[in-house]
Write a protein that binds this ligand. Structure first.
Ligand SMILES: NC(=O)c1ccc[n+]([C@@H]2O[C@H](COP(=O)([O-])OP(=O)(O)OC[C@H]3O[C@@H](n4cnc5c(N)ncnc54)[C@H](O)[C@@H]3O)[C@@H](O)[C@H]2O)c1
Length: 342
């Protein structure tokens, strides 16, 4: 009998609704960036909802171990491929998650990041056009830059540096959105654009460089927690299962629901509050130290999710402490595994 992926263990409403959301018209779905942190959870959710999944990834920041448990499934295929090169596949829908996402990763090869987001998006849009496929873009709250309004609504145009060290990512993502909406205007393509706000959970890389993974790894090692700047800058953190639930709902919407739609958790925390919670939840002996602020670091991030609520019937459910506890458990296992030389 064919193996299937178990229904995800999470109890959130969004996750439990996956199978009933399955579209009658979509069968085969391509996930570009499918072996990364978010992409691998998305592949799982799509398989659990009975879709056939083709995962495309160049393994630059993603890892095979994220999808190892899927590789033998009959309805899952993995192809190593860089989206900057055109591709072909018989698919009914495409998710574009292919891009490095953490600042150290995307700044390591800034021109590569820019081209992945511009040329990669173009290649996937062309594929969608040839196949008349739905195409969903994983955009980002970084399109708002260092916002001057809070919370950020989708009609806010942002405050973005075109020349700073974050611009390769921010402008790449903005240009990808531009292409999506031009393809819609020119070719009536079935596009869907979601702007993801900071999301965390199992399968983030320990060396990823994002604030949650940094703090948890430092706390588990009882090393000082490093905060860039005062720590009074705010972030809102969405647990991965909630986010994937939003994407699954988006996929099931009619073609007139194009976005952009913010997906994130509006609960705002200061970075210092986050550090203190992680120290408490890990029973860590870590102290907190402050380093110079990062260049162009946004001071405030909080999504207005009223559009997601109205158009997708979606809102996040996972409480930040519950999400942190499961992420801490994941990193604890990963660090022990690495220490044992596995
Ligand atoms: N995690 C977040 O908080 C967050 C926030 C906003 C937006 N996003 C977006 O979501 C997507 C996934 O992010 P993530 O957090 O899972 O990061 P990730 O680095 O774990 O995943 C990105 C994946 O894309 C792959 N990739 C990169 N360049 C590629 C290329 N040229 N060709 C093929 N594959 C390529 C990587 O190998 C990796 O598997 C990204 O597009 C990111 O911009 C994430």
């Amino acid at each position: 009998m064919a193996r299937t992926v178990n229904q995800k263990r999470d109890t959130t409403e969004n996750i439990l609704h996956f199978p009933s959301n399955k579209s009658k018209f979509l069968k085969k779905i391509l996930v570009a960036g499918g072996s990364g942190f978010l992409g691998s959870h998305l592949c799982e959710a799509l398989l659990a909802a009975d879709y056939d999944v083709i995962c495309i990834d160049d393994l630059s920041t993603g890892r095979i171990e994220n999808i190892k448990h899927l590789l033998d499934l009959p309805n899952f295929t993995f192809r190593r491929h860089d989206v900057r090169t055109p591709l072909n596949a018989k698919v009914d829908a495409i998710f574009n998650f292919a891009s490095p996402a953490s600042p150290p990763a995307y700044q390591a090869d800034p021109i590569g990041t820019l081209f992945t987001n511009i040329v990669g998006a173009r290649n996937l849009l062309e594929l969608a056009r040839r196949r008349d496929a739905v195409i969903v873009q994983a955009s980002t709250s970084e399109v708002y830059g260092d916002p001057l309004v809070s919370p950020q609504r989708e009609d806010y145009f942002g405050n973005v540096s075109t020349i700073g060290p974050r611009a390769c990512y921010d402008e790449g993502k903005r240009c990808a959105e531009t292409q999506f909406f031009d393809y819609r205007r020119l070719y009536d393509l079935k596009i869907k654009v979601a702007r993801i706000f900071n999301t965390y959970g199992p399968r983030m890389r320990p060396d990823d460089g994002r604030v949650i993974s940094n703090f948890i790894v430092q706390a588990l090692r009882n090393e000082p927690i490093t905060i860039y700047g005062s720590g009074l800058q705010t972030r809102s953190f969405c647990y991965v299962d909630d986010l994937i639930g939003g994407f699954m709902r988006f996929l099931g919407t009619s073609p007139d629901v194009t976005g952009p739609i913010n997906l994130g958790n509006p609960t705002e925390l200061t970075v210092i509050d986050l550090a203190e919670r992680i120290i408490r939840l890990t029973n860590s002996k870590s102290s907190i130290i402050h380093l110079l602020p990062a260049v162009d670091d946004p001071q405030q991030r909080r999504p207005d999710i009223s559009r997601a609520a109205a158009q997708l019937g979606w809102c996040p459910h996972v409480d930040v402490e519950d999400g942190l506890l499961s992420t801490i458990a994941y990193f604890d296992r990963a660090l022990r595994h690495a220490a044992a030389g596995n």
